[in-house]
Write a protein that binds this ligand. Structure first.
Ligand code: ADP
Ligand code: ASP
Ligand code: MG
Length: 434
């Protein structure tokens, strides 16, 4: 039986956190594969190493003096090494990196050094072999993962070394150049390694005792979720529950490997178990999540309903601009296309012009929309949930801009004005979850 244990930046902010990690890893001999993020924040006013590296890259690119930022990075890494009292001489690696700093250094390479150096510290501290993620996770030039080669690499490395520490968040193209995953991607690295080695459990250690039924930064002490299905987690994380990267479930789900989300600062707490099927029916709503900054393209035209292919033509224009669509609420002669604001940052005006011209329709854009997801496997075939949602938001005088439900009845998505986002979450939490 094997376990992959992934520790997030919050579990790796200083030497004391490293000690907690070592206690956790050594307390169970099944924990032979350790994945680490880069050193995280020591307190709320601190800066993550990954963020410092992004800032450093921007300074280099625009030829702005970068010594102060470099010194902050240097001091943090050397500080942890000294406090741990380990042999690994991190100053050598840092000095070598310093020599590589120039205007053209690749952002992916520079930023990946956060997890690279953190993994080297951890490998020395645990006595596990450091295995570079660039030799494991291989991406084709279209940025899709080469799953076959990756699996072979991971299996070989594990067979060779037995106990390993792997930096999360990056891999490499076949020519060896580094490719970062998206932010929070060490969760995905852990999931990929779990799949490649077909482990019995993927443990994801962070700074909360499980997935909470709502964002703890908005709801005071939300309920912890004991068990959740992969599908529910996917809905929650896609819709903004940032505790796990939204792509985490896919690799492990294929082999039905459970994920246990646990707290490095409270290891005895069982945390949340994420698996294929959950039988607990005590809660109808499992959790809430949400995101701001959506935009709605409202498209209307008389007799639109008689124009066969109208929707397809509209959507093909969004496709042309490479814009991913979130929702399409519709009326008879009108519909809206809801998209993430970031996806149309550069093309919004061209898109509107082309929609107007090609469709000969009225097109208006509504900004500042927030989406809130009510998620629960036990909602299917139950009546009254939408009623409670409308009643709750009506009492708060919040206007519902859109309401959508997936065919599995696993989620209900509510669109409101961004300014009403927090109030919506609080009111729904009170009436549906608490
Ligand atoms: P790590 O550094 O371990 O990767 P993250 O910061 O990525 O940790 O994720 C943990 C944080 O996610 C928590 O500290 C919490 O503030 C935030 N979070 C947002 N939504 C939720 C949720 N539904 N449940 C738990 N934590 C959440
Ligand atoms: N360190 C990276 C980030 O801050 C990756 C991770 O934490 O998973 O996004
Ligand atoms: Mg994270």
């Amino acid at each position: 039986m094997l376990v992959v244990t992934k520790f997030g930046g919050s579990s790796l902010s200083c030497a004391t956190q490293f000690e907690k990690v070592k206690n956790i890893v050594t307390s169970d001999p099944k924990r032979k594969i350790v994945v680490v993020s880069a050193l995280g924040k020591r307190d709320s006013s601190d800066t993550k190493i990954t963020d410092l590296l992004y800032i450093l890259h921007a300074h280099l690119k625009y030829s702005v003096p970068y010594e102060d930022i470099w010194n902050m990075l240097y001091t943090r890494f050397v500080g942890v090494q000294k406090d741990l009292g380990i042999n690994y001489d991190i100053t050598k690696d840092l000095d070598a990196l310093y020599k590589e700093l120039n205007k053209n250094i690749s952002q992916d390479y520079l930023v990946s050094r956060g997890e690279y150096l953190t993994a080297k510290l951890m490998s020395s501290y645990l006595g596990y072999t450091f295995v570079d993620a660039k030799d494991l996770l291989v991406f084709n030039y279209d940025a899709k993962m080469d799953e076959g080669t990756t699996e072979k690499n991971v299996k070989n490395a594990f067979a060779k070394y037995g106990t390993i520490v792997v930096p999360g968040f990056y891999g490499a193209f076949p020519n060896g150049s580094i490719k970062l995953l998206s932010r929070g991607g060490s969760d995905v690295t852990g999931s990929i390694l779990s799949k490649c080695l077909n482990v019995s459990l993927y443990e994801n250690w962070t700074d909360v005792s499980g997935i909470l039924a709502a964002d703890p930064r908005i709801i005071d002490k939300p309920r912890a979720i004991k068990e959740i299905t992969y599908a529910e987690l996917r809905e929650l994380s896609y819709m903004g529950a940032s505790v796990l990267h939204e792509e985490t479930v896919f690799p492990v789900q294929q082999l039905n490997i459970p994920i246990n989300l646990k707290n490095t600062n409270e290891p005895s707490h069982p945390g949340t178990l994420i698996k294929n099927v959950c039988t607990d029916e005590s809660n109808i709503v499992t959790g809430l999540a949400g995101k701001k900054d959506f935009l709605s393209f409202n498209i209307s035209k008389d007799h639109m309903s008689n124009e066969i292919g109208f929707l397809r033509r509209a959507l093909s224009i969004f496709e042309k601009y490479n814009v991913s669509i979130e929702h399409i609420p519709s009326g008879i002669d009108s519909f809206s296309v809801v998209v993430a604001g970031s996806s149309v940052e550069k093309c919004q005006y061209e898109l509107v012009t082309e929609l107007r011209k090609e469709l000969e329709a009225n097109v208006t854009v509504e900004k500042d929309i927030a989406l809130v997801a009510v998620v629960g496997r036990n909602m299917a075939k139950r009546s009254g949930i939408c009623g409670t949602i409308f009643q709750t938001l009506g009492q708060e005088k919040i206007n519902v801009k859109l309401l959508a439900q997936g065919p599995e009845e696993l989620n209900i998505i509510i669109g409101v004005a961004s300014k009403d986002y927090e109030t919506t979450l609080k009111a729904l939490y009170q009436n549906l979850v608490a």
